[in-house]
Design a protein around this ligand. Structure first.
Ligand code: S3P
Length: 171
């Protein structure tokens, strides 16, 4: 791709495919891939789980907002995958929309459960009843994801290749 590209941002629930789809799209478009969770881990030198445990969720959310502000200022020509809770706060929704084209990768609760049932890296799903937590949090967030997105792509039951070609059609 030639010249500057407006950032393309993936939002959506944990396990919806933001990182794998983002990486594949970046490869296809030959642009940089950024992941906000990874950037926060690099900035702090701690994993997301450790950050939640040491500083708490509130402090992690502040770091997410600070990072989004930075990204809006820099507007990197990149594909950006975001943490699943990014669009919960109103300021973040405004920042995400200011940053570039926002695509909501939507997956069913069953699919998310299938992908995350053995996962140990998501502090919000740790402890009892992870399946119920997925349903509850997904319901709480659905409107925020939809409100923030320019486009919605369903990822359930689809291979990455198909998702990428759907995304390329709408870009
Ligand atoms: C979170 C999602 C995670 C990570 C953190 C909180 C959330 O990112 O930011 O564990 O609130 O949904 P992924 O969506 O990349 O798993």
């Amino acid at each position: 791709m030639e010249g500057a590209m407006e950032p393309i941002i993936f939002i959506g629930f944990m396990g919806a495919g933001k990182t794998s789809v983002g990486k594949a799209l970046a490869l296809a478009l030959n642009v940089e891939f950024l992941d906000t969770d990874e950037m926060i881990e690099q900035q702090t030198g701690q994993t997301i789980s450790k950050l939640f445990a040491s500083l708490g969720e509130e402090s992690f959310r502040k770091k997410e907002t600070a990072l989004l502000r930075e990204l809006v200022n820099n507007k990197p020509s990149a594909i950006i995958s975001t943490g699943g809770g990014m669009p919960v706060c109103k300021e973040n929704r405004t920042l995400l929309r200011a940053l570039g084209t926002v695509i909501y990768l939507k997956a069913s609760a069953e699919d998310i459960w299938g992908r995350l049932k053995d996962d140990t890296t998501r502090p919000l799903l740790a402890g009892a009843n992870p399946k119920e937590k997925i349903n509850t949090i997904l319901n709480e967030r659905e409107a925020f994801y939809q409100e923030t997105a320019d486009d919605i792509i369903c990822t359930s039951g689809k291979e990455i290749k198909q998702i990428i070609s759907e995304i390329r059609r709408i870009l």
